[in-house]
Design a protein around this ligand. Structure first.
Ligand SMILES: Cc1cc2nc3c(=O)[nH]c(=O)nc-3n(C[C@H](O)[C@H](O)[C@H](O)COP(=O)(O)OP(=O)(O)OC[C@H]3O[C@@H](n4cnc5c(N)ncnc54)[C@H](O)[C@@H]3O)c2cc1C
Length: 405
């Protein structure tokens, strides 16, 4: 395994870092002032459009797409350090058109969308003109098992009729979100892995509505996680993604890059938390000396550095495998990093919160928001427990001969 970055990627990372530090960071306060001033937590602040224009002018746009015709043409391994910076500077992802769930959706539309879908939805998404959401999870079934998804997508001549009740549809509350990728049952008689299809549903379709937005840990953060309802929504047959019955396979394909991007961002976030922890420890004095001189604080700092390095190496290995043997060949490493990165990030951020005392739980520092996000990582794109089940099953298969009859 060789994790060294090419000269081109080193250069790109430096450009991205400079954009993050000199342009995006200083604009962050303006961003939040504009949102607060509007009185609407889902308001799209004009400063974001300025950041996007600047990112495009600097050719820091769609970095996530490995396909050079549409993106930067980076491998997963090359994208890792860029995505890490996006975890460190939260607005950087949207500013460079690299934020979830659009990145995963764009990949799906690119690979499985018809020419009509490309023209109506993929192009404006690639240009950052609209946003999208991914509607798979449902309130009434255990959605961590995708075969449980019960919404319906039924063929009717040249159309499909969609009846779906979803929730945790991230981004659905944004006024710029114009389209959802929806998963539902198209053939109830088929086997559980070929029963589902995926379609795109424009939000201006009659029959669609946002029921409510869901707070996360009592925070009404800008994520705009929606409970969404699709009642007898009629869409043209060209809005089908891939083949009928291919929904489960597309969901699996989407989750590979989506998951590793979450992990890369988690590492960037943990790096930021550790930086803040070290800086605070140097100047906060208790019991006659800086916190940095307390052994217990040093232990927490050292453990955090070790955990970040371990997680990063495993993420790089998974990225390298995705690049060399494909997403399927890397699935166990992807499952492992999803568990490791979430655990590492929550632990490191929690230590930073503790060191900050009361300030750590306030909104004066980014730690509380980071913790909220890191906690969701234990669930989004599959709960830890399901990833561990998959890893354990593979290990146990190696020793099947020992099974009691
Ligand atoms: C902030 C946030 C954003 C999200 N964004 C999206 C989105 O944009 N689109 C979308 O479709 N969904 C989204 N989700 C939903 C998320 O992907 C699901 O919550 C997750 O997949 C779990 O599904 P569930 O909630 O139905 O839990 P369930 O399937 O009911 O599972 C509950 C718990 O059961 C346990 N469990 C399940 N299976 C096993 C097993 N095999 N072994 C041991 N324990 C097990 C786990 O502890 C699991 O957490 C989001 C969720 C959150 C919190």
């Amino acid at each position: 395994m060789d994790f060294a970055l090419s000269a081109r990627c080193e250069d790109l990372r430096e450009q991205l870092r400079e954009f993050a530090d000199k342009v995006v960071e200083p604009a962050t306060a303006v961003y939040y002032q504009q949102v607060e001033g509007s009185g609407d937590p889902h308001f799209h602040p004009p400063v974001m459009e300025e950041l996007k224009a600047e990112a495009r002018a600097r050719a820091l746009w769609n970095l996530f797409l490995p396909d050079e015709r549409y993106g930067a043409g980076l491998t997963n391994l090359e994208y890792a350090p860029m995505c890490e910076l996006m975890g460190r500077t939260p607005l950087l992802g949207e500013a460079t058109n690299c934020s979830a769930p659009d990145t995963g959706n764009m990949e799906v539309l690119l690979h499985f969308g018809t020419p009509l879908v490309h023209e109506q939805f993929l192009r404006p998404l690639l240009d950052g003109e609209i946003r999208s959401c991914f509607a798979m999870t449902e309130p009434w079934v255990a959605s961590s098992d995708a075969t449980n998804i019960a919404s319906r997508i039924e063929r009717d001549g040249d159309h499909y009729i969609v009846n779906a009740h979803k929730w945790w549809t991230s981004g659905a509350a944004s006024p710029r979100c114009k389209v959802a990728v929806v998963m539902g049952v198209s053939d109830p008689e088929a086997d559980p892995y070929h029963r589902h299809s995926m379609v795109v549903v424009p939000f201006d379709s009659p029959g669609y509505r946002l029921v409510r937005t869901l707070p996360v840990l009592s925070h009404d953060a800008g994520g705009g996680h929606g409970e969404t309802l699709f009642e007898d929504v009629r869409i043209p047959k060209e809005y089908l993604l891939g083949e009928e019955g291919g929904g489960f396979a597309i969901a699996q394909a989407r989750l590979g890059p989506g998951r590793i991007h979450h992990c890369m961002r988690a590492i960037g976030m943990a790096e930021r938390a550790l930086e803040l922890m070290c800086q605070r420890a140097q100047h906060r004095v208790a019991f006659g000396k800086p916190l940095a001189d307390q052994g217990v604080v040093q232990d927490n700092i050292a453990e955090s550095r070790i955990a970040i390095e371990q997680a990063r190496l495993l993420v790089m290995k998974a990225a390298w495998l995705m690049d060399t043997v494909g997403n399927k060949g890397a699935r166990f490493e992807i499952a492992a990093i999803k568990v490791v990165a979430a655990r590492m990030a929550t632990t490191v951020i929690d230590r930073a919160i503790q060191l900050f005392g009361g300030a750590g739980l306030s909104d004066d520092w980014p730690l509380a928001q980071m913790y909220t996000y890191a906690r969701t990582l234990h669930l989004v794109d599959g709960p830890d427990d399901v990833h561990k089940m998959q890893i354990a099953r593979r290990e146990l298969r190696k020793h099947e001969a020992y099974r009691a009859q």
